[in-house]
Ligand binder design. Structure first.
Ligand SMILES: NC(=O)c1ccc[n+]([C@@H]2O[C@H](COP(=O)([O-])OP(=O)(O)OC[C@H]3O[C@@H](n4cnc5c(N)ncnc54)[C@H](O)[C@@H]3O)[C@@H](O)[C@H]2O)c1
Length: 372
């Protein structure tokens, strides 16, 4: 590899909530970032984040930000259902992007957004942050290099505190689109599909339950699904985001097992190995709640604050993307096409659960009414 002169970065951050702030703080410390601009519809929040990141520009209108001549790279970290408009405009300007997951929450929008990205030929990658953790990288390497022989069965179990679900239902005006699969199950799904990337999924069968979150939030508690691949391999997954508020895992507890013809790989990512119990009130994580006095630390997927800085996967992911933009190095980020594939699969899982029958893969937006 020949060494290149790094490209200087003018970074636009669209959506300055939890993730936007983290990206801004990391960008401030990155040696190639010369300029940071923020678009945030909530002006008070925009001002707080501008100050914390020492940003050069702040606006409530992402169009104004993306039209600025300084901007040559974009992070889209708006709410899940609001990624599409800034992504399409950034694609038109041919700006490289880091787009938070999911690509969209509506399948037709995901299709048109991917088409806009691919037509423009821009380098757009997705925030599947877990790919930046050493354990999943090691798993990927072992599967890729054949340590398991031919992989035939994979299982994943994702358990989540219901605080994340409730926060998402409060923020959305279209609750039918806020499902555990589309919002959160997509992380476990991405890891497994990344491990199985040589295989083609052909059918999914799923069921959902809604007894805990259904009555108050018209929400889904959890979903179980089986995906079959064209070579007969199967992936069985389950996600619940309806665990009680006092469940010690702040956000994500995951277990994965992969069985092949020659080997097996099991990964305990439940975070039970680091437990804090305190009489004092905890105010950290995705959706802090004063009823929680016991915490499986490190279960917040983005990472944890320590000594004034975020430590963990989102730091690796953001710095790695800034290096990708600046130095042109390759990274393990999911592509926009993979992002669309994950949204398609989560929608197919939800569709199968709704229709109570198997669904052939892939599906398109035209199938969402209930067709094939
Ligand atoms: N990769 C991960 O591990 C991970 C973790 C948490 C969240 N996320 C994803 O990151 C995204 C943001 O999540 P969050 O937790 O930061 O949410 P958040 O609610 O804290 O932040 C979203 C912000 O976007 C702003 N916004 C919405 N529409 C806008 C627009 N058109 N222009 C400018 N600002 C706009 C909102 O006002 C809000 O401040 C979501 O897609 C979420 O799924 C990813």
């Amino acid at each position: 590899m020949t060494r290149k002169k790094p490209k200087r970065i003018g970074l636009a951050i669209v959506g300055a909530g939890r993730v936007g702030l983290i990206c801004g703080e990391l960008a401030t410390r990155h040696p190639e970032v010369d300029w940071i601009g923020i678009a945030e519809i909530n002006p008070e929040r925009g001002e707080i984040v501008r100050e914390k990141c020492g940003a050069d520009f702040v606006t409530t209108d992402f169009r104004e930000l993306l039209a600025r001549p300084e901007v040559n790279a974009v992070v889209v970290s708006t709410d899940e259902h609001l990624h599409v408009d800034p992504v399409v405009m950034a694609a038109e300007r041919k700006l490289p992007m880091l787009i938070e997951k999911p690509l969209a929450t509506d399948l037709a929008e995901s299709e048109s957004t991917l088409a806009a990205i691919e037509k423009a030929g821009v380098d757009a990658v997705m925030g599947y942050t877990q790919r930046f953790r050493r354990r999943w990288l090691v798993a990927k390497e072992k599967v890729r290099s054949g340590a398991l022989g031919e992989v035939t069965m994979v299982t994943s179990r994702a358990f989540m505190n219901r605080l994340v679900a409730i926060d998402n239902y409060k923020r959305s005006d279209n609750r039918a689109e806020v499902t555990p699969m589309v919002i959160s199950g997509t992380h476990a799904l991405d890891i497994v599909m990344w491990l199985m990337e040589a295989k083609k999924p052909v059918e999914v069968y799923a069921r959902s339950v809604n007894k805990a979150l259904g009555p108050t939030w018209q929400g889904v508690d959890g979903t179980g699904y089986t995906i079959t691949f064209d070579d007969g391999a199967i992936y069985h997954g389950v996600i619940s985001w309806a665990l009680p508020e006092i469940w010690p895992g702040a956000v994500y507890s995951l277990e994965i097992g992969a069985v092949g013809t020659e080997g097996v790989l099991t990964i305990d990512d439940t975070h039970r190995d680091i437990v804090l119990a305190t009489n004092l009130i905890q105010a950290e994580g995705y959706a802090p709640d004063k009823r929680r006095h016991v915490d499986f630390l490190t279960s917040y997927p983005v990472g944890d604050m320590a000594l004034g800085e975020l430590r963990g996967p989102m730091r690796e992911e953001t710095n790695s993307w800034l290096n990708r933009v600046s130095l042109g190095v390759s990274t393990q980020h999911a592509t926009a096409r993979e992002g669309h594939n994950r949204l398609m699969l989560t929608k197919a899982i939800d569709l199968s659960a709704r229709l109570r029958r198997a669904v052939r893969l892939p599906i398109t937006a035209a199938d969402m009414g209930g067709a094939p």
